[in-house]
Design a binder for this molecule. Structure first.
Ligand code: ADP
Length: 424
């Protein structure tokens, strides 16, 4: 049972670590990609402004157009020269370029201040996408500014390259995620180890302590019993009452230490169940007939419905204990004159046992908690009935060691169904 719990905890921690590492890897990839892209863009902007100055000088000296016909045709570089008033066009090299019209259409997005650049991401009316870097710089003849030269650099190639880089980075991130998962697995194992060690020690302590308490408790029990049966001594009513109370409490303590030891023996110390072929129907029959006396005392009716023979592999002693716990609870938490029904169904691969009562029932919030050690819905009532809050913990431990499941369900209109599924 605890192995299962630690196993579940380890899985959850591995997933959590893997998630954290995965997020970290994605953040590193995202930040690296953004930084590289930002650096490239800054560099391209500076480069374009420098190129405008160079082309402007050549234009003033030789009147050579800033961009070649080939560049205009393939749209890699375009230019547009206007007078300083920004209205009179001196040279239009957007004409004849595929993106020319749409670039002019977005003129208000062009950079306004000299030596600055803007990225234009635009689409024309048929949906073609263009990504141009636009920069502007003054064209000077000596000290006189004769115009402003806009140059447009096609950035499609850079975007494609960036996409490829992102794809490669994501592939690397995916590859890194595998060692990250392994690291998570290793870390979770390391984290759980001390908790598990502590837990095992605590369990060992419970087992040892309850074992050590057994002998003095037996002696105490015998002593109290002896005093109660000592007819020669005359006790005052107070002493007699105290002795009786002592007997009850010693009995409770013995039951408690026995159950604790049983629990410790089963799930902590990894004691394997001695599995043999058991006739579960016969076993239930015996327990029911033993238990009918208890039920009769409370004027409850105990009935059973089961096939004649149901064979399964299990530990007869533990299964006996399981039946007693469930029937005992059904009797404890049901009123007088109610009925307790035990049913056994022989299915293909499993046996289904149900103990159905017409008692006080269990709320949905408590249905899982009742299997925790020392959990009692109503402490006072349980104590009055001699309960310790350990019965169902032991029942669950027995069922789990048999590879089965136990659940508490509602019995309509009133009561509880304790349903146990045991694999054959
Ligand atoms: P206890 O010794 O107190 O009976 P258990 O572990 O057997 O301890 O049960 C835990 C708690 O679950 C009980 O205190 C009781 O509140 C509740 N419970 C168990 N069985 C039944 C039942 N058949 N009907 C109603 N309540 C139940």
């Amino acid at each position: 049972m605890w192995n299962n719990m630690f196993e579940r905890l380890r899985k959850r921690m591995t997933l959590m670590y893997a998630f954290i590492f995965g997020m970290l890897i994605l953040i590193v990839v995202g930040v690296t990609y953004s930084l590289v892209w930002y650096a490239v863009l800054m560099h391209e902007k500076e480069d374009l402004v420098a190129q405008i100055y160079h082309e402007a000088e050549e234009y003033v000296a030789t009147e050579e157009a800033p961009v070649s016909e080939v560049a205009i045709k393939n749209g890699s570089m375009l230019a547009f020269l206007v007078k300083p008033d920004n209205k009179t066009v001196l040279l239009d090299q957007l004409l004849g370029a595929a993106a020319g019209d749409i670039l002019k259409y977005h003129r208000e997005d062009w950079p306004e201040t000299d030596d600055s650049a803007e990225m234009l991401r635009i689409r024309n009316n048929v949906g073609d996408r263009y990504r141009y870097l636009v920069a502007v710089a003054p064209v000077k003849d000596g000290d006189k500014v004769i115009g402003r030269l806009y140059m447009f650099k096609n950035m499609e190639f850079y975007y494609d390259a960036a996409q490829e880089t992102l794809f490669v980075l994501l592939c690397i991130a995916l590859l890194l995620f595998i060692p990250a998962c392994l690291l998570g697995y290793w870390l979770s194992k390391r984290t759980i180890r001390p908790i598990r060690l502590m837990y095992d020690k605590q369990k060992q302590f419970t087992a040892d302590a309850s074992h050590e308490m057994r002998t003095p408790l037996s002696v105490l029990n015998l002593a109290v019993q002896g005093l109660l049966e000592d007819t020669e001594s005359r006790y005052s009513p107070f002493a007699a009452e105290t002795l009786q109370m002592l007997k009850t409490e010693v009995g409770r303590l013995r039951k408690l230490t026995d159950t604790l030891m049983e629990l410790a023996r089963r799930d902590n110390l990894g004691l394997p169940v001695q599995k043999e072929t058991v006739d579960f129907a016969a076993l239930c029959g015996r327990v029911v007939s033993q238990f009918s006396l208890v039920a009769e005392k409370k004027q409850q009716r105990l009935r059973s419905e089961m096939p004649e023979k149901v064979l399964l592999k299990g530990d007869a002693n533990s299964l006996n204990m399981l039946l007693i716990i469930l029937l005992d609870n059904a009797a404890k938490y049901s009123p007088a004159a109610s009925e307790i029904l035990l049913t056994v169904e022989n299915k293909k691969d499993c046996v289904v046992l149900q103990v159905i009562d017409q008692g006080i029932g269990i709320s949905d919030a408590d249905k899982e908690k009742i299997f925790d050690r020392f959990y009692r819905v109503d402490k006072v009532r349980s104590r009055e009935q001699g309960g310790l809050g350990l019965g169902l913990a032991l029942a669950q431990s027995i069922v789990r060691l048999h590879g089965g499941q136990i659940v508490a369900l509602d019995n309509r209109p009133q009561g509880t169904v304790m349903r146990v599924v045991l694999p054959k």
